[in-house]
Design a protein around this ligand. Structure first.
Ligand code: F6R
Length: 607
């Protein structure tokens, strides 16, 4: 879950560009940072443990000379986050430097082999073997390109690698197996990174590499090869639609808050889904005997909500499954009649891609929803929908969750129409309602930011929360719990309200805050009972309900009033907003940085 960035310019220094790119990639890893450049045939390396800004202040990355370099933000997997383990890693002679995202699974065997040959290692990382392996092949007198190609064939595991060498100081080699990697092409020079956000201020023209490919980059050209046989692959650039403005904080103190506030805009984009793909995916879903919705974390919560939505709008049974459990839980029952809809914001989550690989081997149909054009998910699926939320840099998913929900809803609508489960007037009603989601979310943001800040202050010292809901807002409860735990490090229990008296209610005592997500969607009568049960045992009821629901208001200790008359299926998009804000303000009030949650990285690219 580290991030890499490489730049090779026609003129001028690469280090300031590499430093700026690393700062934008910080969401992917922030326990160490480093840059290597080549100038006048010499390799220069600066690296250290710490957040990029601190390390840059200490080392002054921008002073590194040379028009070519590689850079890295680390999120430790092998070896503690200390200077010696920070990337770039070099060979014995200091002529090869490497940055890496992923895990080299056979590094211990390779290291032993290289130690036996007299190589000298200084770090505890898996990555260092790559520098020595390339050195070993260079010693045999082959070209830098071939040395990288040979080295890649020895590596097991996952990697996005950028390699430079003083042997050929005017090129960068890039290797990809599983971990994301794409090239950026511009008139001033060329780039490569795990994420286009690193170079988006220089170019929007990108070439995503596929797994098993290597690219050779000079300041004015690129070529791509298959690592298995060294054959050239013709790859045309694609045009990325993101701008730098979209990838920066726009005056908000944190990316997370900026992205929460951006939701009305990103929902607007999510209304522009590609119609031919909606039709094709609806057709493929309709033909399937079994449908699984496979995802991780927040994306999984969108699938929980979606299972209700596909049933409600299209009478389709769609089973939401946590990606890391999919193969074990349903693997044997997948067959040619199954469809697996993968949902992944990044399109790079390893557990999701593992499920894809497995079901493809069983001839199932693989579909996708993602936010990242050119991501691996877009290449392993038969058809996919781009949710078009723009880059999400806060580690916590917020705006992409809302857009995933709206994407599922539109697909469900197409499917419902196709299956004859909805009349034309119902279709028109929902289409009209979908168009109102940006405004409804805007209203929730306007009305509840200050309020949620006050509630965060009031409940700051409470040790444990409950989030309870019924129907598809069970997903909202799960998502509220995830946000509060990952950002504010506050434990909570989330469950369908009807389950509380089957056990969890024993945790309730005087003063425990219980958040009830209770829109006016037909589940309210039952919910009132659940609220009473919890209150009778001392819980403080924070209720999210319709503005005009006086009964619920009277039952509450705190009432969060949301717009009335929202169609039930849209409520998860609106009701999650105050809860995202609550988690954000809790984190800030606790002195935590919501953009850098403890132990987490944005995209989990290892199993
Ligand atoms: C939570 C969060 C994670 C991701 C999960 C899946 O705020 O961001 O739980 O939702 O890692 O990531 P994607 O959607 O990229 O597959």
């Amino acid at each position: 879950m580290c991030r890499i960035f490489a730049a090779i310019l026609k003129g001028g220094k690469a280090s300031p560009i590499l430093t700026a790119g690393l700062k934008r990639l910080e969401y992917g890893g922030y326990d160490s940072a480093g840059i290597a450049t080549i100038h006048n045939g010499r390799l220069f390396v600066k690296k250290d443990a710490g957040k990029i800004n601190e390390v840059d202040r200490r080392l002054d990355f921008g002073s590194l000379p040379g028009s070519l370099g590689i850079a890295h933000n680390r999120w430790a997997t092998h070896g503690a986050p200390v200077q010696v383990n920070a990337h770039p890693h070099t060979d014995c002679k200091g002529s090869v430097a490497v940055v890496h995202n992923g895990i080299i699974e056979n590094f211990a065997e390779l290291k032993k082999e290289l130690l036996d040959k007299g190589h000298h290692f200084i770090s505890k990382t898996d990555t260092e073997v790559v520098a020595h392996l390339v050195e070993e092949y260079l010693l045999q007198g082959i070209s830098f390109r071939d040395a990288c190609l040979h080295a890649s064939r020895r590596l097991e595991g996952s990697y996005a690698l950028a390699v430079i060498s003083t042997v050929e100081p005017s090129r960068i080699m890039l290797l990809r197996k599983d971990s994301p990697l794409l090239l950026g092409l511009s008139d001033e020079g060329n780039f490569a990174s795990s994420d286009a956000v690193a170079f988006i201020d220089h170019t929007q023209d990108a070439v995503p590499l596929d797994s098993g490919e290597m690219a050779e980059l000079t300041s004015s050209a690129y070529s791509v090869f298959r690592t298995a046989d060294g054959k050239a692959v013709l790859k045309k650039p694609i045009r990325l639609e993101w701008t730098l403005e979209e990838a920066s904080k726009e005056g908000f103190p944190h990316f997370m808050l900026k992205e929460i506030f951006e939701q009305s805009r990103s929902l607007h984009y999510a209304l522009n889904l590609q119609k031919p793909y909606l039709e094709l995916m609806a057709e493929l879903l309709d033909r399937s005997k079994t449908v699984y919705l496979v995802a991780a974390g927040t994306s999984y919560h969108s699938c929980v909500a979606a299972s209700y939505i596909y049933s409600e709008l299209a009478a389709l049974t769609a089973i939401p499954v946590v990606a890391s459990e999919f193969v074990e839980q349903y693997g044997r029952s997948v067959n040619v009649d199954s469809t697996v809809l993968l949902v992944s914001q990044s399109g790079e989550t390893a557990d999701v891609l593992r499920a894809a690989e497995y079901v493809k081997a069983k001839a199932a149909t693989v579909l996708g929803i993602t936010n990242v054009l050119g991501s691996t998910l877009t290449r392993v699926t038969r058809a996919y929908l781009l949710q078009q939320s723009g880059p999400e840099l806060g580690v916590a998913a917020t705006k992409t969750y809302a857009s995933q929900l709206l994407t599922h809803m539109q697909l469900a609508l197409y499917l419902g129409k196709k299956r004859g489960k909805l009349s034309q007037s119902e279709v028109d009603y929902y289409l009209d309602a979908f168009k109102k989601t940006p405004e409804l979310v805007e209203q929730a943001l306007r009305e509840h930011d200050e309020r949620m800040k006050k509630l965060a202050r009031k409940y700051l010292s409470r040790k444990h929360f409950f989030f309870l809901a019924r129907g598809l807002n069970t997903a909202t409860a799960l998502e509220a719990r995830l946000k509060l735990s990952e950002i504010a490090c506050t434990p909570s229990t989330a469950l369908p309200a009807g389950e509380s008296k089957h056990g969890p209610i024993s945790l309730v005592e005087k003063g425990v805050p219980a958040v009830f997500i209770a829109p006016d969607d037909g589940t309210n009568k039952l919910m009132e009972g659940n609220i009473m049960e919890m209150k009778a045992r001392g819980a403080e009821a924070i209720i999210l309900g319709a503005r005009d629901d006086e009964k619920l208001r009277r039952l509450s200790d705190e009432y969060v009033a949301l717009p009335p008359d929202i169609p039930g299926i849209l409520t998860p998009i609106v009701y999650v907003v105050p809860l995202q804000l609550f988690a954000y303000h809790m984190a800030v009030e606790k002195g935590l940085d919501p953009d850098k949650p403890r132990n987490l990285a944005k995209s989990v690219t290892v199993l």
